[in-house]
Write a protein that binds this ligand. Structure first.
Ligand SMILES: Nc1ncnc2c1ncn2[C@@H]1O[C@H](COP(=O)(O)OP(=O)(O)O)[C@@H](O)[C@H]1O
Ligand SMILES: [Mg+2]
Length: 615
């Protein structure tokens, strides 16, 4: 079994059912290995913000005491002693002004640290999401051709765009979660110092509520997965609808497609509403209960434990601040769970792409292509269980010759081009490039000798010049004008308002089909290819454009190897040799004259169907 076949028969790895903890761990690991310095800095800032937050509350104790709620020296709890020692150390008697100054300085540093922390974590989250996006893009383009037809491209697009953005959210909520958790911990530690009995009661009660609400919180993950799925569907719909706008309009099917689109849009918004309401519900249930617990805690503190006024006020303040923190920890966790599905989706697509990496790439570089290509008893199948797509193909493409591959649509012609390009590998038999088996060849070096023009050529929304230079950035001005001249594109390019700098493509100047194909041919020629593959390159063109390209191809004959793939026989009259295909097999071959002489042959009957011979 060939590598391609092996990959094709492999099941697509499903999105793993990894646990939240695993996802959590792998995200953290990923972020830390992406930028260890920045990740550590963010973590340190998170801790510092937590500490200053705690200190900002502790400073309240002397503040309250100097304002007359009790003598600082009178108290004997640990925290008050610590504060007294601190003032002794800096040599200031805790006066109102001094305490206020410290109070201000603590808040100032807290604000600055918080700013730095948000800056650092936001930049880390965004850069990380960009890094994942870029990595995935590279993985995708390093994978085998089969990746592109095995996976729905609209889903891949959605993961590269929408989901990659949500990874930023996952990261951001993770940092906030850490920061809020740290703050919560520091509040709890402070509260424990002030009155451990009351704190234990309150914290236990808080933990109990969280436990009861765990289902609510975990609903975030389920909703998140659904959001990922429907975002993908929405993206597919956008692609399909915009891509077939003409068909939709011509069938007056606007209503049907808009209903389809609407359904998806509403589903996505419904999911977001579900997510936000569930978040609001958590808050709505959590807050009144926490206030009730706080009241009970206070009641206990005042009735059963003797706490001095300053400490009691501070304790109250801590709890007052602590509860929103606990609820925001819950909210960030909920948000994190909803966004982690995006991270999982990226990772699993990365896995799929890397498992279909072009691993059958050989080591031998093709420095020059000079002898030709041979296919020996080649068989191939997209779905082995459904039989062969190509069986027992023998083709010889000598260097410098023009070879045609004809046959009805679905015969397997383009699959042969894919095999020659090394996009697919034969399941049986072998394909040789200059006598070297293609599986030993470095595919990039081989492809650099090929110019490939298909029926629907991709031109980018950019200038004609950039579109041409895309295949050969080093091409000189004379190379470019030569390529344009041979492809007979020079004249129409000259007549465009801005010549070669005219913007074409999606939102640029609309070129006719013939003009686009001539540019595509020029682009292919700019690579100075040893082999030019024209796969139905003129099939969708009007007679005039077809003729011009035909002439261009004829002028090239002999100077390089040309493989013309077409179902239109009239265009291969001048080919040196013609292979006729039907249902994955070569059924006839020979020169035009040989083939048309055999009046009982398949080629002759095809010529008859196309009105090229009398029947
Ligand atoms: N990506 C693919 N996955 C599965 N089957 C495919 C794929 N591409 C082509 N085929 C099938 O392989 C056969 C040959 O296709 P192709 O080589 O494109 O034919 P041609 O170029 O002669 O029209 C057809 O039956 C087609 O349906
Ligand atoms: Mg085809």
């Amino acid at each position: 079994m060939s590598a391609t076949q092996e990959y094709l028969s492999k099941k697509t790895p499903q999105e793993g059912n990894s646990s939240t903890l695993q996802d959590f761990k792998s995200l953290i690991k990923d972020v830390f290995s992406f930028n260890p310095g920045k990740a550590c800095l963010t973590l340190i800032l998170v801790i510092l913000v937590g500490i200053t937050n705690g200190v900002s509350i502790v400073v309240l104790i002397p503040l309250i005491q100097v304002t007359g709620f009790g003598e600082l020296k009178d108290t004997d709890d640990y925290l008050s002693k610590l504060i007294t020692r601190f003032f002794d150390f800096i040599g200031i008697h805790p006066s109102l002004g001094g305490v206020l100054l410290i109070f201000f300085l603590v808040f100032l540093s807290m604000a600055l640290l918080q700013y730095q922390q948000i800056k650092s974590s936001t930049s880390l989250a965004n850069k990380f999401s960009a890094y994942k996006r870029e990595g995935l893009y590279k993985q995708i383009f390093n994978s085998q051709w089969s990746f592109f037809f095995k996976n729905k491209m609209a889903h891949t697009a959605s993961i590269l765009t929408v989901e990659a953005q949500r990874v930023m959210l996952a990261c951001d909520s993770l940092f906030r979660l850490t920061s809020e958790s740290f703050l919560t911990m520091s509040y709890i530690v402070l509260a424990l110092i002030l009155s451990w009995q009351v704190t234990v009661i309150v914290v236990f009660a808080g933990a109990a509520i969280s436990w009861f609400m765990r289902k609510q919180i975990h609903s975030g993950r389920r909703i998140g997965k659904n959001i990922t799925e429907y975002n993908n569907n929405l993206q597919s719909a956008v692609w399909e609808h915009l891509g077939s706008a003409k068909v939709i309009k011509s069938y007056s099917a606007e209503k049907q497609s808009s209903e389809l689109f609407q359904k998806l849009v509403y589903k996505v918004s419904e999911l977001y509403i579900l997510f936000l309401t569930s978040q609001a519900r958590i808050k709505a249930v959590f807050e009144p209960i926490t206030v009730a617990i706080l009241c009970i805690g206070l009641y206990v503190a005042l009735t059963f434990f003797n706490i001095n006024t300053a400490n009691l006020i501070v304790l109250l303040l801590i709890f007052y601040r602590l509860f929103p923190k606990i609820s925001s920890v819950q909210q960030y966790y909920h948000k994190f769970l909803a966004a982690i599905s995006a991270y999982t989706a990226i990772c699993s697509l990365e896995k799929i792409a890397s498992s279909s990496h072009e691993y059958f790439n050989g080591k031998k570089e093709v420095t020059s292509f000079s002898e030709g290509i041979t296919l020996e008893n080649v068989s191939f199948s997209y779905h082995p269980e459904n039989g062969d797509t190509l069986s027992d193909i023998n083709i010889s493409i000598p260097y410098g010759k023009t070879i045609a591959l004809v046959g009805e649509s679905g015969a397997g012609k383009s699959t042969i081009a894919d095999l020659i390009l090394g996009l697919l590998l034969p399941a049986k038999g072998a394909l040789y490039v200059d006598k070297e088996d293609i599986s030993n060849i470095d595919l990039k070096s081989w492809r650099s000798h090929i110019g490939y023009v298909t029926q629907d050529t991709l031109l980018f929304h950019d200038s004609i010049l950039s579109n041409l230079l895309w295949v050969n950035p080093e091409a000189s001005e004379s190379d470019i004008s030569r390529a344009l001249r041979i492809a007979s594109a020079d004249e129409f390019v000259k007549n465009l308002s801005e010549g070669i700098n005219t913007i074409i493509g999606d939102r640029g100047v609309r070129l006719s089909g013939g003009q686009r194909q001539r540019l595509a041919l020029a682009r292919a020629l700019l690579r100075n290819p040893g082999l030019l593959i024209l796969d139905e390159a003129t099939s969708s063109l009007d007679a005039e454009s077809e003729k011009r390209i035909q002439e261009a191809i004829e002028s090239l004959q002999g100077s390089l190897t040309i493989l013309i793939i077409t179902h239109r026989l009239a265009t291969v009259r001048n080919a040196d040799f013609i292979y006729t295909m039907s249902e994955g097999k070569i059924v006839e071959s020979g020169s035009w004259d040989d083939l048309t002489e055999n009046t009982s042959g398949y080629f002759y009957s095809l010529c008859g169907l196309q009105g090229l011979v009398e029947q």
